[in-house]
Ligand binder design. Structure first.
Ligand code: ADP
Length: 334
């Protein structure tokens, strides 16, 4: 139900796939990560060997899957895609790894949600390209070593802090993706408009960029919604005022906050007098999973200076009160 974040349905995924950049050169922004990755890939090509394993960290929608696809494409290798929650037993992982061909790229999304025993098997696979497959149970169990072809693991996580040290250490390169600057988002939107054949004017692109929560996935979604609106209400031309009017219809406000963001702020200010309040209490108050509040809403609220994480809990800043049009309690003003 959320326009701005949340699970994409099949249609959304198809629309998203159509807009994915296919090469590092097409990937907008994140200069540091792009440059570092280019070096990793060039070195691997020069050595004619699979590159080091790559870990990509950052909030949802910033391009982790896209980069994994680009890595495989730049290496001329197929990409295998799986995710942490899909690997609940070491056996799942063993089957997957033993099916890889030499040089193949394995993308493991949400790597922090993989089951513990699988995680331990992954350590060995990453380091020695070998796994021990345990056959049987109890005292009669035997470990059969299985050689693996060299492969490249691209792990992605929204929570680098949740990864155990030994796993983090086995990645040769870690790229941290940050929320995008408005000008990068604007370039992404202009590129997508070209692909979608949308008549987008400069002020329209700026308006959408400013409301995209620093996130390319949201920028592309908002562009598609604005295009719908322009088709039926504005002779198909997306100007600044058209974009603004469209986004108001979809309840995206001037800061790009959507309904979840606003309900988090609203609960924080109205129910908990601006905090400090614990994350899980706040999540219950808005009827969402703790993870959703922490990984989807919070990074942008913190980045926007609306919410602060303190040792005693979440706190609304004076800007949050102002944004909600509420008078802050005295302690906040002081
Ligand atoms: P993640 O895996 O981090 O959740 P994705 O890689 O699926 O994010 O990206 C979401 C969408 O945003 C994709 O449609 C992709 O085309 C677009 N996107 C992400 N990063 C960029 C970028 N740097 N340049 C252009 N488009 C991007």
């Amino acid at each position: 139900e959320r326009l701005v974040a949340g699970e994409a349905d099949a249609l959304e995924r198809a629309a998203e796939a159509a807009l994915r950049p296919r090469s590092l050169a097409d990937f907008v922004g994140q200069e540091r990560v792009r440059e570092q990755l280019a070096v990793v890939l060039d070195a691997a090509r020069a050595r004619e060997r699979a590159p080091d394993h790559v870990l990509l960290c950052g909030p949802p929608g910033l391009g982790k899957t896209t980069l994994a696809m680009i890595i495989a494409a730049e290496l001329g290798q197929p990409l295998r895609i799986t995710s942490g929650p899909a690997i609940q037993h070491a056996g799942d992982l063993a089957a997957l790894l033993s099916g890889l061909a030499e040089g193949e790229v394995l993308f493991l999304d949400e790597i922090h949600r993989m089951a513990r025993p699988a995680e331990e098997m992954l350590y060995m696979a990453m380091e020695d390209f070998r796994v021990d497959v345990v056959v049987g149970k109890g005292p009669g169990a035997t470990a059969i070593p299985l050689e693996l072809p060299p492969f490249t693991l691209v792990g992605a996580t929204t929570r680098a802090g949740l990864l155990p040290g030994p796993l983090r250490d086995r990645f040769g390169f870690t790229g941290h993706l940050d929320l995008y600057a408005p000008d990068d988002l604007r370039r992404i939107i202009v590129r997508s408009a070209g692909l979608l054949d949308v008549d987008l004017r400069a002020d329209g692109a700026r308006e959408i960029a400013g409301r995209s929560r620093g996130t390319p996935r949201i920028a592309n979604r908002l562009l598609r919604r604005v295009r719908d609106y322009a088709e039926v209400r504005a002779k198909r031309v997306v100007t600044g005022p058209v974009a603004r009017a469209a986004l108001e219809v979809y309840e995206v406000d001037a800061l790009g906050l959507d309904r979840l963001d606003r309900s988090v702020l609203d609960a924080l200010c109205r129910l908990f007098a601006g905090g400090p309040v614990g994350l899980s209490t706040l999540a219950v108050a808005v009827g969402e999973e703790t993870e959703t509040v922490e990984e989807v809403a919070e990074p942008f609220l913190v980045r926007s200076g609306l919410l602060a994480r303190t040792p005693r809990g979440r706190v609304a800043t004076p800007a949050a009160w102002a944004h909600l049009g509420l008078a802050p309690p005295r302690s906040v003003v002081a």
